[in-house]
Design a protein around this ligand. Sequence first.
Ligand code: G16
Ligand code: MG
Length: 215
Amino acid sequence: KIKACIFDLDGVLVDTAVYHYKAWKRLANELGFDFTEHQNEQLKGVSRMASLDLILGWGGIKGMSNEQKIELADRKNTWYTEMIGAMTPSEILPGVRDFVIACRNAGLKTAIGSASKNTLNILQKLDLQSFFDAVIDGNSVSAPKPDPEVFLKGAEALGVSPADCVVFEDAVAGIEAAINGGMKTVGIGSPEVLTKAEKVVSGLDKITVVELDTL
Ligand code: G16
Ligand code: MG
């Protein structure tokens, strides 16, 4: 029986992917190259520094020092946080609030499991902090998805065993992380991409709490 729901943030509760994309694109442009929206898919759920490494690779840029890389990542994050700062609750994805409330009314625990170091800032902007019993984010994990660390820490914080948790994820690496942690999975996006998820829906407006027990 399901006892808890753990939600990825970016792409599940809110579409910040477009802001990440704009900020990384601006950085790439300053470095003299560009990358496509298709390439951007590979950055979903991936940590800030790992994203930078992928992007520098696409631009054929080699031999940067760690210090230079940190400076570039900081530059991107400054632009990103400027965009986050202008966000409002109207940007919460369809069905999110109702689904999370329904989970809590059904007695399920709720948590966030995100790779983002900006998680608390975003939750605050969306006025969603009070909807979650635990928040595990990029500041509290060391191993990136598909390592299950972020979700295992979430389950632990909720006091629920991993097998009784459902993870909601939009990234391939995130679904893998949940499976690696022994949890049930619901993909948010397209079934062609999230092939390993037990169930895939286009958004939280397309699933009910009752359906979770069929996983
Ligand atoms: C999110 C995004 C990634 C981003 C990562 C780190 O993960 O999907 O694209 O690179 O967070 O974000 P930040 O630079 O804010 O620390 P998730 O797990 O919420 O999908
Ligand atoms: Mg995500």
